[in-house]
Design a protein around this ligand. Structure first.
Ligand code: ADP
Length: 328
């Protein structure tokens, strides 16, 4: 099976009445990559995903898969498959029949569709529960079934709408490791919608940050994190402070902020307002005399070598090489 197909959005726009949910998106999803569409609630992520899947009409523009315009095709003929947030399993069908369902709709004979369903269940480690009904499964197990059901159609691109949001935090971290592994094994493009920056950073080769119906920044996960192009991206992706400089704004990484000693007049005077222990690091928020909050992330050993408490006066400093200028 050939893997790795280009998916391209060209001037893609979605309107619901007067609301513009997606405004003129232009983007090429690289073949065989794990891409996260990241942004706050209401920014247009799901509308974009649903248009790619064919569950929502395109208002303007087109969607090209492997060079072919698929924007007018019904979902089953596009070469995409979607895994929904609530998994949408049929309650009265066994796990195996849920996975085989789309093949049944296509008229595939029963031995073949059961064989294919069993292969997919093996892929997601669910062979032993093939005869159960969905309500006899845990959330994580239901999610695996939903994945198998999406993959049985051999999609060129798998679309995942907030796939981990229904899971508890422990399971979420385990499942994201498995999603990533599955994507590598299959070699197809996964497009995963999330509003969680940690999830996007953990999973994505490429992150597409959306804000207010447009793409604000797109690039490799590390590039988006380390060099956010706008204040919105810097604040949304986290781990940065946004500071005003003459002629514009810049970010300073929270892990680059240090506390100068009492014996110095260097740095910026501030008062500690919050200390949050996070395990490997401690998050310390200070308010400068100008009223700006500055977050510092200190390795826990460094913090406890000279602990600080709310109310303490400090002087903040950072290496100017850690400054990153933002686009106006
Ligand atoms: P996200 O997935 O980022 O939360 P959505 O794509 O769901 O964003 O929504 C984008 C915008 O479109 C929001 O303003 C939302 O209220 C609006 N919207 C989404 N679906 C519909 C719909 N079916 N009818 C009208 N407005 C909608």
């Amino acid at each position: 099976m050939r893997t790795g197909y280009d998916l391209e959005l060209v001037h893609l726009t979605k309107r619901y009445g007067d609301t513009v949910a997606v405004r003129n998106l232009n983007h090429v999803f690289a073949p065989g990559s794990y891409v996260c569409l990241l942004g706050p609630s209401g920014c247009g992520k799901s509308s974009t995903l649903r248009m790619i899947a064919g569950h929502e009409d395109v208002s303007e523009g087109s969607i090209l898969l492997d060079g072919h315009d698929v924007s007018a095709l019904p979902p089953a003929q596009r070469g995409t498959a979607m895994m929904f947030q609530n998994y949408a399993l049929f309650p009265h069908l066994s796990v195996r029949d849920n996975v085989a369902f789309s093949l049944r709709m296509k008229g595939t004979d029963k031995p073949t569709r059961h064989k294919r369903a069993d292969e997919m269940l093996a892929l997601v480690d669910m062979s032993h529960l093939a005869d159960r009904l969905p309500d006899q499964l845990s959330g994580g197990q239901q999610q695996r079934v939903a994945l198998a059901r999406a993959l049985v159609t051999e999609p060129k691109v798998l679309l995942l709408d907030e796939p981990l949001s229904a899971l508890d935090p422990f399971l979420r971290i385990r499942m994201r490791t498995e999603l990533k592994k599955l994507q590598r094994e299959l070699g197809i493009t996964f497009i995963h919608v999330t509003h969680g920056q940690d999830e996007a950073l953990a999973l994505a080769d490429k992150i597409v940050v959306m804000n207010d119906a447009v793409i604000e920044q797109a690039g490799p996960a590390r590039e988006v994190w380390a060099t956010p192009s706008t204040e919105f991206v810097a604040r949304f992706i986290g781990g940065h402070n946004v500071i005003a400089l003459p002629g514009g704004k810049a970010t300073v990484r929270a892990d680059a902020i240090r506390f100068a000693g009492d014996d110095t007049r260097d740095g910026t005077a501030a008062t500690i307002v919050a200390v949050e222990y996070q395990g490997a690091s401690v998050a310390v928020t200070s308010r400068t005399d100008a009223g700006e909050d500055v977050l510092a992330l200190l390795p826990e050993q460094e913090f406890f070598a000279a602990p600080k408490s709310p109310g303490d006066a400090v002087r903040l400093s950072w290496d100017d090489r850690s400054l990153h200028r933002l686009r106006a």
